[in-house]
Design a protein around this ligand. Structure first.
Ligand code: MSP
Length: 479
């Protein structure tokens, strides 16, 4: 039976168009989805949008639009961006869809029936940017460190989730890697958080009207994080399509940024335990990056639009650069200067040049790929495959790419030594054999790069099939 692989990205807030930060998680998820499909698994790759809450209602108001009208427009931008970046998602969930609301209602009712919800008067600091309550101790100069804004004091009568009841079990699951939190530092961070007072977890908000009403008290709306997390089960039919739900749940991987670790690694498993559902198998939190050395912010006008980048360099280049440059899981910097350097060194002079050299010559002697490799060549290919597989399983994308590029360099050196362009004059049969091997290795390289560079891989495949050097894969950049 084929194995299933259910992987998700966070659902993104629709208060602003996608930027290179949100594209980062989505590109990484796409690479994994393509990788697992290639391994023959039944993949369900989910992404989507988080459309309720104060922050979004506010953004709509600023543009004199109704929240629904406003989010519909932003969602189109997300879809266009993902298309431009060749994101092969299987499902796109919107929290304003009826299917989501149905599942959420079922979940909240069940939480209530299980006695996991209580009501309380509440007073706390709230950061609209985070859509989360914030402790005084976490403020920097009185402001939220993520959004550089002062939180507001909120006094409300709310419903709450009995978080504390489930924390010992969550802790044990994390300690035993039943919920595998990666990288290792993030697991430590979560276990550290579990030692502190995590406060309460709100189920509802009183003042907020742009949201899903609490099914047993329509005067309140469900707190946006509470329903957002449930997208991971509502998309696969929780409470509506039990067969599909049972086929895909639990998630094999929630891919997130480090900013939303607490919600995914603590609150989400606690909620699932409370209603008797299985917890996700693995959560991987990647780092944050700056743009040209600066924090991304609208006021600095350095919020990079991924579609503009695609128009300028092509989707594959962005996908390659962003995962080759920043070790996944670490913080890093997105810089156009480095993107151009990598483009020239790795793509134009590396991959592009190898394919062009080999195809120019193989066209002349009508060589076809031949897998009977010399022992040394064979060993290089095997080693690359193994390193690649290992790296991909650990989400070390940069190491996977590094392994492939080592094989590319090996081929370059091989060509320099054997000089097939001279051999063609002296011994055509020998030259043909040699090129047949090189074509085979390029095919191998192509299958390994295809989840990172799908457009390029399709072009290379076509060139090999037709045995004809086609368009230049990575033209020189104009200064
Ligand atoms: N709506 C919530 C998530 C709910 S999931 C149930 C949310 N949305 S968000 O639009 O703010 O997107 C957050 C995600 O975008 C981060 O987790 C991260 O994946 C990505 N990034 C946003 N800015 C980023 C950087 N500067 N660098 C890297 N990733 C960034 O939070």
């Amino acid at each position: 039976m084929t194995k299933k692989y259910y992987l998700t990205t966070p659902i993104y807030y629709t208060n602003q168009a996608p930027h290179i930060g949100t594209a980062y998680t989505t590109i990484a998820a796409d690479i994994l989805a393509r990788y697992y499909r290639q391994q023959g698994e039944k993949v369900l790759f989910l992404t989507g949008t988080d459309e309720h809450g104060e922050k979004i209602a506010q953004a709509a108001k600023e543009q004199n639009k109704s929240p629904q009208e406003f989010v519909d427009q932003i969602v189109e931008k997300f879809k266009q961006t993902w298309q431009a970046l060749n994101i092969s998602y299987d499902d796109f969930i919107r929290t304003t869809q009826p299917r989501h609301q149905q599942s959420v209602n079922k979940f909240i009712n069940l939480l209530n029936q299980k006695g996991a919800i209580y009501q309380d008067d509440y007073q706390a600091l709230y950061c609209q940017g985070c859509e989360d309550f914030i402790f005084k101790k976490d403020l920097v100069d009185g402001k939220c460190p993520y959004h550089d804004k002062e939180p507001e004091l909120i006094k409300e009568k709310n419903y709450f989730f009995k978080l504390q009841d489930y924390l010992p079990q969550v802790k044990e699951l994390i300690q035993k890697d039943k919920i595998l939190i990666q990288p290792q530092e993030r697991k430590k961070e979560v276990l550290g958080l579990l030692k502190e007072d995590l406060g309460n977890l709100s189920v509802s908000r009183q003042r907020v009207t742009w949201g899903i009403p609490v099914p047993f008290d329509k005067k309140q709306c469900i707190y946006v994080w509470m329903e957002a997390l449930q997208n991971y089960i509502s998309a696969i039919g929780y409470g509506r399509d039990e067969e599909k739900f049972n086929q895909f749940w639990p998630a094999d991987l929630h891919l997130i940024g480090k900013d939303i670790l607490k919600f995914h690694a603590i609150f989400w498993p606690a909620l699932l335990l409370a209603v008797g559902l299985e917890v996700p198998k693995r959560i991987f939190a990647h780092g944050f990056f700056t743009v040209n050395g600066q924090k991304m912010s609208k006021s600095l006008a350095n919020v990079v639009d991924p579609v503009e980048l695609v128009n300028q360099y092509g989707a594959d280049v962005i996908r390659y650069y962003i995962l080759r440059e920043i070790p996944f899981g670490h913080d890093g910097d997105f810089s156009i200067k480095r993107l151009k350097e990598r483009y020239t060194a790795d793509l134009a002079n590396g991959l592009g040049n190898l394919v062009s050299r080999v195809l120019t010559l193989s066209e002349k002697v009508k060589a076809r790929p031949n897998k009977e490799l010399t022992q040394e060549f064979n060993q290089q290919v095997q080693e690359t495959r193994e390193k690649y597989q290992q790296a991909m399983k650990q989400l070390k994308f940069n190491e996977a790419l590094e392994a492939i590029w080592k094989l590319i360099s090996y081929c370059d050196e091989f060509i320099e030594q054997k000089k097939p362009w001279e051999l063609i004059q002296q011994d055509q049969a020998k030259a043909k054999d040699l090129l047949a091997n090189l074509l085979f290795v390029i095919q191998e390289i192509n299958s390994l790069i295809s989840c990172f560079l799908p457009e390029t891989a399709a072009k290379i495949e076509k060139q090999i099939k037709e045995n004809k050097k086609g368009e230049i894969l990575f033209p020189r950049l104009e200064e």
